[in-house]
Design a protein around this ligand. Structure first.
Ligand code: IMP
Length: 504
């Protein structure tokens, strides 16, 4: 039994990633699920991925909240972009495993992901190497853009055939115009991918979409989902008024937030705690405690975009564009975390940490912990309380580097009245591409702990070199390390310090 005493007085708890995602939020959503009455997702969509074990079988889920196996209310809030076919597949997996799904509520105003979003996302991202974001290809950007452009459909439209048809036709009129500017063969190829039902929504190069096929399929989705669709945000708000325990499950990470991340290399929702709270009908100020997840002393990033501490720099970024888990395993069977070549060390960390995308299978780029980014992400977004995860991945590293600040090495660049010029030191990251791409990390070097942390259950079990690193992190930033994760299971967790609570 987990002791939740340190959550005394907390009613709304948010779990968000302070980096570029994939820091292990899922484990902590599961960890706190017994405490919660309601678990709610409010951002992102099928671009996220987490592992759920159903009757001993491993499944990667993208849309259903991580705590569906717990007998609690699970909410997909209005801020989520929902691909109905995928959510149905995930529900079917649970049904087949004998798991009840009656505890799910889907917001009627969640954004609806349609075939045109997926095809546009894929064709656009593949059309230019220079402008590539490296998206997950799940239609997130176009679906969220439609919402803001007032062209989007909502989940509730699945229940009203006439409204759906009218809104779909209006949306497709616009999408056809855009898609006709791309190579028709490329559009056709993507429309025949499995994710787009192998061409069943394709018509011809001129109309591109077979409207009737889309309508028929999506109305069927609506019939299957109707019992789940409701005013889910209002349910969360009434739970809030009744002072029930609400756990907010973040997706992606602060540095991928469309509002606060490393634009344009971001996702299209605000995955900070502010966006998460709003995406389930709450306000950021309703959140009593935010726990920001930080990977313990290394970092990862999937897709394109600046990554100052990347091990192996551009060589690593390029390898992650072309390699897969299997090709990498064959090419670097003996990659060592202590190799003199830092690129190889990055490969070794990827293999040790199993850093391959849950959604796309892509290798995640690896690098050292970046304190300027942590300062920005905690001081300005998530707040001080952090959980350090995946500590055990570095158990065999002889040396650990921590980036303490940057040196700007780019051309003169104006930011308002401030002019950045070469040689300037930067302590807190500035999420401006024209600055971040020219930031050279300055490191401090630490000895590794060279012992297994897997069995650690209290802070006394933590080896001295690791303890020193944690003190160093606390001294260099304003973070309050609350817990450590030393393995994938619930038990592989070490409590460090009481969280600082905001409103209590
Ligand atoms: P999108 O969210 O598919 O539009 O992708 C935009 C960027 O966010 C790409 O670099 C993706 O790799 C990244 N991204 C999206 N979701 C995740 C996630 O769950 N973990 C890590 N990176 C993600």
């Amino acid at each position: 039994m987990i002791n939740y005493d340190f959550l005394k007085g907390v009613r709304v708890l948010g779990i968000v990633c302070t980096q570029w995602g994939d820091t292990g939020k899922g484990k902590f959503v599961d960890y706190f699920a017994d405490w919660a009455d309601v678990i709610a997702r409010g951002t992102g969509g099928a671009n996220a991925g987490h592992t759920i074990w159903v009757n001993g079988e491993k499944h990667v889920f993208h849309l259903l909240p991580s705590a569906m196996l717990h007998d609690k209310l699970n909410v997909i809030g209005s801020g989520v972009a929902l691909e109905p076919g995928l959510v149905l597949d995930e529900l079917t997996t649970l049904d087949c495993g004998g798991v009840s799904t009656d505890n799910l509520r889907i917001a009627f105003n969640a954004r609806l992901v349609l075939p045109q979003h997926v095809v546009l996302d894929r064709v656009r991202d593949a059309s230019s190497e220079e402008d590539k974001i490296g998206t997950t290809g799940r239609g997130m950007g176009p679906a969220y853009a439609d919402h803001v452009a007032r062209l989007g459909l909502t989940v509730n439209d699945l229940l009203n055939p006439d409204v759906f048809r009218k809104k779909l036709q209006r949306n497709l009129r616009e999408k056809r115009k855009v898609l006709r500017t791309y190579d028709p063969e490329a559009v056709k190829r993507v429309m025949h991918q499995e994710i787009l039902k192998s061409g069943s929504f394709y018509s011809d190069p001129e109309s591109i979409f077979n409207e009737d096929a889309i309508i028929e399929r999506y109305m069927e989705y609506g019939r299957h989902l109707e019992d789940y669709i409701c005013d889910a945000d209002a349910i969360v708000r009434s739970c809030f008024r009744e002072k029930r325990n609400i756990l907010l499950e973040g997706a992606q990470g602060n540095m991928l937030s469309v509002d606060y991340g490393t634009h344009p290399y971001v996702t299209s929702s605000d995955c900070s705690i502010a966006g998460l709270a709003k995406g389930v009908g709450l306000h950021e100020h309703d959140v009593d405690l935010t726990l920001g997840i930080v990977k313990g002393f290394y970092m990862t990033r999937v897709g394109e975009g600046p990554f100052p501490t990347e091990l192996g720099g551009e060589r690593s970024a390029e390898a992650c564009r072309v390699q897969t888990r299997d090709t990498e395993a064959k090419k670097y069977p003996d990659a060592s975390i202590n190799d003199p070549d830092e690129f190889i060390r990055g490969v070794a960390i990827r293999k040790l940490g199993d850093e391959y995308g849950a959604t796309t299978g892509r290798p995640r780029r690896t690098g050292w912990l970046d304190l300027p980014l942590i300062r920005y992400s905690t001081e300005q977004l998530a707040g001080p309380n952090v959980i350090l995860t995946k500590i055990d991945v570095l158990d065999t590293a002889e040396t650990i580097m921590v980036c303490t600040e940057y040196e700007y090495v780019g051309p003169p660049y104006r930011r308002g009245k401030d002019v950045f010029s070469a040689g300037r030191r930067i302590l807190t990251a500035i999420p401006d591409l024209e600055i971040l791409r020219y930031c050279r990390p300055i490191y401090e070097k630490f000895p590794g702990w060279l012992t297994s942390t897997r069995e650690a259950r209290s802070f006394h079990d933590i080896p001295d070199p690791l303890r020193n690193l944690i003190w160093f992190l606390k001294g260099q930033t304003e973070v309050n390390v609350t817990m450590l994760s030393v393995g994938p299971d619930r038990e592989d967790t070490v409590f460090v310090a009481e969280p600082q609570k905001r409103h209590i």
